[in-house]
Design a binder for this molecule. Structure first.
Ligand SMILES: Cc1cc2nc3c(=O)[nH]c(=O)nc-3n(C[C@H](O)[C@H](O)[C@H](O)COP(=O)(O)OP(=O)(O)OC[C@H]3O[C@@H](n4cnc5c(N)ncnc54)[C@H](O)[C@@H]3O)c2cc1C
Length: 399
């Protein structure tokens, strides 16, 4: 038996022994995983699943063991992810600690920053938020104006971030702040880690049309932060910020690929119900073609995601190419839920009440949520500009 096969056997045995039955299939509903953090109050089964995976070093499987990771290869991690997906089991821990700031600290953090933060992410003790966007700096992120002024060994930070996902539930935020106003805007930015409990940090939630409100405004009012919390060099945060965006966009692409897996089966089953066609080809040829096109594009997308994953395993950092996954994945997610609403017919816009089943309600909310896919992590227009300039070398950019 190959090493990978025997690893698969051991993962299956681990899941059979430790995954609570209540979590089987949970990913098909609205449970996206446990986020951890100081304020977390997980259900007993969720906690049990997390603790078992922590013990087995499966929380951050590719990270070095000295920081609490599993030290596994991407091929092994793929097996772990495939086995979770097959049972629609949620990962034991999710969040931007694992997918964004952790990998960035591994690349750019000081030894002290790695030792302080990485094991706490793995143990689920600290939940992270991303403090990039500001009211005057979204697509044009380098225009950000949250100010950090040096005072001895510290920085004093003043300003505002916006669209900070789950800031009110987070313990730490990685933020971009302006430390120099006398140079080209990209050259005066610093990447800094801020404890949300520091005096002067406050958050205010923002409501969304989907009825789900993860967003906050985050305010900094004379917040004192040690210069030891700067990642990379002062005024050189733009490089760190862009590297993190590479991780963010590949993470979004991978997450979308796994969420879209098997979408056509659900759509066909729902269409059969709605059209009263238990077997044979769906009687609506237009719908049939749209579902088939989606299924083929989802499959091709999964290959592209796998290919990027392979190159990352070979030591390549996800760069501008991750923008292609972000653009295509967002488009597929929106097509998938447009079709979901179409197939559900009059039930496709159900919001609440006994006449709608759980699948109808999920469809409406996911359709609304998918509007944000082409905005979060950088809009599709911005990704297309990046691809044109940095991947294809058009308009004076370098491929
Ligand atoms: C679900 C979700 C979660 C998010 N989470 C976070 C978070 O945790 N932390 C955080 O910091 N931010 C977060 N954001 C914010 C996100 O990064 C910004 O919304 C995004 O970068 C766009 O910025 P903006 O909203 O200011 O839009 P704008 O930049 O004002 O853009 C408006 C429109 O103009 C277009 N446009 C702008 N410039 C160009 C150009 N040069 N060429 C072509 N078209 C252009 C855009 O594509 C867009 O359609 C989140 C957003 C969403 C939707």
């Amino acid at each position: 038996m190959s090493d990978i096969q025997s690893f698969r056997e051991s993962v299956r045995a681990f899941i059979a022994e430790h995954a609570p039955k209540s979590l089987y299939g949970a990913r098909r509903g609205r449970f996206d995983g446990y986020w951890g953090g100081r304020k977390a109050q997980p259900e007993p089964d969720v906690k049990r699943w997390f603790e078992a995976a922590l013990e087995r070093r499966l929380i951050a499987p590719t990270w070095p063991q000295e920081f609490g990771g599993g030290g596994l290869s991407r091929d092994h991690v793929l097996v772990w992810e495939e086995e979770l997906t097959a049972l629609a089991l949620p990962p034991p821990l999710v969040g931007v600690g694992l997918t964004m700031i952790g990998p960035t600290l591994l690349d750019y953090g000081t030894e002290q920053q790695k030792r302080e933060h990485l094991p706490r992410i793995v143990r689920g003790e600290v939940r992270w938020a991303q403090g990039y966007s500001e009211p005057g700096a979204g697509s044009d992120l380098a225009s950000l104006s949250t100010r950090a002024v040096r005072e001895g060994d510290d920085f004093i930070i003043n300003g505002q971030k916006i669209w900070t996902t789950h800031a009110d539930k987070s313990d730490f935020i990685f933020a971009l702040v302006r430390t120099n106003t006398q140079v080209k805007k990209q050259l005066g930015i610093t990447f800094i880690l801020i404890d949300m409990e520091t005096p002067g940090v406050s958050t205010r939630p923002i409501d969304l049309i989907s009825g789900w409100s993860p967003f906050c405004e985050t305010f900094f009012d004379n917040v004192r932060v040690s210069a030891k919390n700067v990642v990379g060099n002062v005024d050189a945060g733009w490089t760190v910020a862009k590297a993190l965006l590479g991780y963010e966009r590949s993470m979004i692409g991978e997450a979308m690929s796994s969420e879209l897996d098997g979408a056509e089966r659900t759509l066909v089953a729902r269409a059969r119900q709605a059209l009263g066609a238990a077997a044979g080809p769906l009687p609506d040829p237009d719908l049939r073609r749209n579902i088939a096109e989606l299924a083929m594009d989802v499959e091709t997308f999964a290959f592209a995601v796998d290919r990027l994953r392979q190159t990352v395993q070979e030591g390549h950092k996800p760069g501008a190419e991750s923008s292609t996954l972000k653009v295509v994945g967002s488009d597929l997610k929106q097509r998938r839920w447009e079709l979901g609403v179409r197939v559900a017919g009059p039930d496709g816009l159900g919001w609440e009440g006994p006449s709608y089943d759980a699948a109808d309600l999920k469809t409406t909310r996911e359709w609304l949520r998918s509007r944000a896919n082409t905005i979060e992590g950088g809009t599709s227009e911005i990704q297309l500009n990046i691809i044109a300039k940095q991947v294809l070398g058009l308009g004076g950019g370098k491929p």
